[in-house]
Design a binder for this molecule. Sequence first.
Ligand code: PGA
Length: 257
Amino acid sequence: MAPWPRRPRLVAGNWKMNRTAEEAVALARQIVEAVRGAPPCEVVLCPPYTALESVRAVVRGTPLRLGGQNLHPEPRGPHTGEISGPMLVALGCQFAIVGHSERRRDMHEDDALVARKLRAALRHGLAPIVCVGETVEEREQGHTPEVLARQVAAAYTGLASEDALATVLAYEPVWAIGTGRVATPEQAEEAHRLVRDTLDRAVGAGVGARATVLYGGSVTAENAASLFAKDEVDGALVGGASLEAEGFVRIAAAAGR
Ligand code: PGA
């Protein structure tokens, strides 16, 4: 598979626990059709596991890429209900979302587990999309900088810079996910700077400036352009708005540069 360029504009659709395989095929076909073979930026679809194989058949031969929504740190073994890096790779995935706040909340994933998953993804040749972000309480109490620094440092400390640059980060304030309450471009910009500064400290000087950092949380076709107008914002991780082809492709078009 062709390597993807450094710091590309990237828009990933996280379909979460939505769409049966049949419904996913219909959505993927609409997206392929709307993009018409020439996506304006890197576009990654992350359907549920049960739809990966059928969506793969739809995106084969197009520039659209496929990602898993999670992976287990181990390659195989007695882990009922889990999915491994090699399984995702075998289904044509090039990406895997790691540390999404819904999994941190629902499955009690902590920083240490997220760090293991990040490394597992890299080991298997997947680009992890590593999610970090503060809760509303943390923001209101002024703890956003330390929360982001803690999450990024825990995930990245000890990585070689080339490994860190093979990942994608996503700043996803928990209070913005699925709420319709999008961060302002200035809030995103400030948080992305914090993320990049922490990467410099955790991995090495200059890594932050070269890392791809997405914003996620209530991104829509209407607000995407104002977020992408900030140099710090390299694209978006999109939930709800990725379930509707036309709006999702408009977000990708806004990210193109
Ligand atoms: P949302 O989800 O776009 O529906 O807010 C974003 C995400 O969870 O990645």
